[in-house]
Design a protein around this ligand. Structure first.
Ligand code: HEM
Length: 121
């Protein structure tokens, strides 16, 4: 599995998330909902590409614990995006989720690019 597929998957995810978020925020519920549904399909692409990248670490690799944390942080990130988009139209508080968003993204970038070896190859 090439990491470019994974990068494509999560970069597309962030773009779709941003579009859906702005649409909901502007009260454009229908385009928001459609973009949100496409994002939900992209979650599967993120999980599939991340899942293929993580399997080689389950061979006693010393980096296995970090790869597992990376994978869990990825699933956490998906949950955060989904909760933000579900709560925004209901006008529920989002601050705690945005704090989690920032923490998750730092963990993902740090482990994905600086700790785990594959990077942009
Ligand atoms: C929105 C969610 C996610 C984001 C933003 C994200 C971000 C990243 C980044 C920045 C990298 C490093 C660049 C690369 O090698 O592609 C990476 C690699 C990786 N990600 Fe994710 N990821 C996400 C979801 C997931 C999930 C759900 C899993 C596992 C189930 C996962 C597992 C991995 C693995 C194993 C690597 C390879 C690291 C390596 O061997 O170099 N990721 N991810």
């Amino acid at each position: 599995m090439n990491t470019h597929m994974h990068i494509t998957a999560w970069a597309l995810g962030f773009i779709l998330f941003a579009i859906a978020y702005v649409m909901y925020k502007q009260g454009k519920m229908k385009p928001g909902k459609i973009t949100h549904m496409i994002l939900r399909l992209d979650y599967l692409f993120i999980l599939y590409t991340g899942g293929s990248l993580i399997t080689p670490y389950f061979n006693g690799s010393p980096l296995m614990p970090e790869a597992i944390v990376k994978g869990l942080a990825g699933i956490w990130m998906i949950a955060i995006m989904e909760m933000l988009l579900v709560r925004l139209p209901k006008q529920k508080p989002l601050k705690g989720l945005w704090v989690q968003f920032v923490i998750a993204i730092i963990i993902l970038l740090a482990l994905g690019f600086f700790r785990l070896p594959m990077g942009l190859n």
